[in-house]
Design a protein around this ligand. Sequence first.
Ligand SMILES: Cc1cc2nc3c(=O)[nH]c(=O)nc-3n(C[C@H](O)[C@H](O)[C@H](O)COP(=O)(O)OP(=O)(O)OC[C@H]3O[C@@H](n4cnc5c(N)ncnc54)[C@H](O)[C@@H]3O)c2cc1C
Length: 298
Amino acid sequence: MVGEAEVVVLGAGVVGLTAAWLLRERGFRVRVVTEALGEASRPPVALVNPLRGRRFTLAPEGERALETALRFYPRFAPVHPGVFRPVPEGGRAKVAGRLGGLRHRWEGGGVLLEEAFWLEPRPLLERLAAGLPLLRARAVAWEPPYLVLEGGRRVRGAALVYAGGGRGAHLLGLWGQHTPGLVLTLLDYFSRAISYRVYLAGVALGGSYLPHEERPHLPPPTEGEVEWLLAGAEALVGYRPRVASAWRGVRFRLDRGGRAQGLPYLFPVEGGYALTGLGSTGFLYAPLLAERLAEALG
Ligand SMILES: Cc1cc2nc3c(=O)[nH]c(=O)nc-3n(C[C@H](O)[C@H](O)[C@H](O)COP(=O)(O)OP(=O)(O)OC[C@H]3O[C@@H](n4cnc5c(N)ncnc54)[C@H](O)[C@@H]3O)c2cc1C
């Protein structure tokens, strides 16, 4: 057996690391077990934007999630405030009615969300991990109060927290959609994020073009997908940015949806809790969910 902890967190993506940090800060003895430092959580840039998609839907508890994120992330990594959302002609009144209490300003052809922001996930994960007891290992079974590791070793926790994203979900029999997404890094730099269909922020151009699948799978970038991203960028800024490199990741969304009460991403499982299935909103919700988990663990 590899020591004991009050709470053992499986997974060191933004969700697991944020939860582990907050729990430790609240006095829990925490250990993180992970194969790698984030998986879906490693895009070059992440937006923290509560106004979602082409329909401009305010994410459930979006204002509170943004407020909590703004209290948490700047302690570890620079945040770049301001997400500009072009609004199609004729849609302004409808969008205005969906902004809730979000601080905003109408500008040109759209609305600037003044407190929404972007950040760079990789240095954030490094900074969070540096302050935590981290065991690099692959978990092969969830047998509360133990996590069973490859090679037969076990880690014991009074509570186990699953934050293993899409790749580890089979350990708990959790099923959902895995959606590959592509982020191109650019030679250009966009200090203010702009988002409609695709997003430009910092050196990144991202979006989701491919359909979802039943398993995590990383297909190589296709021409159609790259063209779709570049055309989307051109529609936003009037020219095609030059591409430096590409990063591919897979979003994981749980099949719990409307059946669950409150945010469907935090729920009890045998031996503890799961915090997973956040789709494209991992960075938006991780700090709020971490607070809720700390309350649940009492
Ligand atoms: C292209 C793309 C762009 C995105 N853009 C944004 C964005 O702009 N804003 C936003 O909020 N979200 C964005 N997301 C989504 C966001 O990245 C995810 O919601 C978030 O990363 C999920 O975090 P996680 O910690 O649950 O999962 P992950 O980052 O996948 O972490 C899972 C962790 O568990 C570990 N693990 C898994 N299985 C095991 C095992 N058996 N044993 C040991 N360790 C294991 C992995 O090594 C990893 O450390 C994007 C995703 C993609 C793919």
